[in-house]
Design a protein around this ligand. Structure first.
Ligand code: ADP
Length: 299
């Protein structure tokens, strides 16, 4: 079993032809709703790859929270330890998709903010081999490191932009000793203060004391640094329709291979393939099953 800790959201995608001006109304051409939130997306991707994930996060006592939890249950994610907070609303993200392809996101973190370090108690992680933490909140990262040590689980962290923004002086001690640290190229550049992703990865590999540093490079693939070696894989050539949740799918697939004891190149390749499949389908949780990834790699 594994645990995924962090945000759960309900995503609403609105395809619009124009953005409304002040006091104006704009027509929504098309709409899509579905579960989101990085930690919850990771849990779903992990379940599809055959891991038995439990999700640890927080929802409000509202219909959106119920829908979000039901979706997770239907995917085989254990939601026993989700915190329910009265009087707040569950996380909601509205994405405006403009015809030019540009996305504008409005995030309401709501109940997600109610997940506190004190909620990460060892009882909730009993029997867990690996903990994935998708949050930039350093107080949660520090607590997760403690719990992981206590229950004997390995730990991965995907801190997103929120973590990268904090700068190296804060991030360095927070992530020290983490087994796998994930970030995308924008976050790596921001954290390293470098315009070039190669320089950024090299600098972060020197600066951060983590087991493995994995940087996803969008349509350019991904890079991993560990054990003194830097590896890179090119992205698979696919028709990308929606990259939402690609990083979460990538991380879940990487961890699935990590837990199988695969070598660094195999982990990177498998994750790159899983994420390539994901981007060909719309939705934050359209990640593939294990057999699909194997078939894709064999083709
Ligand atoms: P995030 O979604 O976190 O910003 P990226 O955009 O870096 O992360 O994408 C994560 C992974 O998804 C990449 O490392 C790659 O494996 C895959 N990916 C993303 N975009 C494409 C693409 N256009 N073609 C093929 N694979 C892609």
């Amino acid at each position: 079993e594994i645990a995924s800790v962090g945000n759960l959201n309900f995503d609403v995608y609105l395809r619009v032809s124009e953005l409304p001006g002040p006091d104006e109304n704009a027509e929504v051409l098309d709409l899509y709703t579905g579960g989101g939130g990085s930690a919850a997306n990771f849990a779903v991707a992990a379940a599809r790859l055959g891991l038995a994930p439990r999700f640890i996060g927080a929802v409000g006592e509202d219909p959106l929270g119920e829908i979000s939890l039901r979706e997770l249950r239907e995917e085989g994610v254990d939601v026993t330890y989700v915190k329910r907070i009265a009087g707040v609303r569950s996380g909601l993200v509205v994405v405006l998709v403009h015809p030019d392809g540009v996305k504008r996101m409005l995030s309401y973190r709501g109940a997600n903010l109610g997940l506190a370090p004190g909620d990460l108690t060892p009882e909730k992680f009993r029997g867990v081999r690996h903990i994935h933490l998708a949050t930039g909140r350093t107080e949660l990262i520090l607590k997760a490191k403690e719990v992981a040590r206590e229950v004997g689980a390995s730990l991965s962290v995907d801190g997103g932009t929120a973590l990268a923004k904090k700068g190296l002086d804060i991030v360095r001690p927070a992530v020290e000793g983490v087994d796998v640290l994930f970030m995308n190229q924008a976050e790596a550049r921001l954290l390293a203060g470098s315009h070039d992703h190669r320089t950024a990865v090299e600098k972060l590999a020197r600066e951060l004391r983590v087991g493995e540093l994995v940087v996803t490079l969008g349509a350019r693939g991904a890079a991993a640094y560990g054990g003194g070696k830097l590896l890179h894989v090119d992205a698979f050539r696919v028709d990308a329709v929606d990259t939402t949740g690609a990083g979460d799918c990538f991380a879940a697939a990487y961890i699935a291979m990590h837990l199988r004891g695969r070598d660094p190149y195999e982990k990177l390749l498998f994750a790159n393939a899983a994420a390539a499949i994901k981007v060909t389908r719309p939705g934050a949780r359209s990640s593939p099953r294990y057999a699909e990834v194997e078939a894709f790699l064999a083709s």
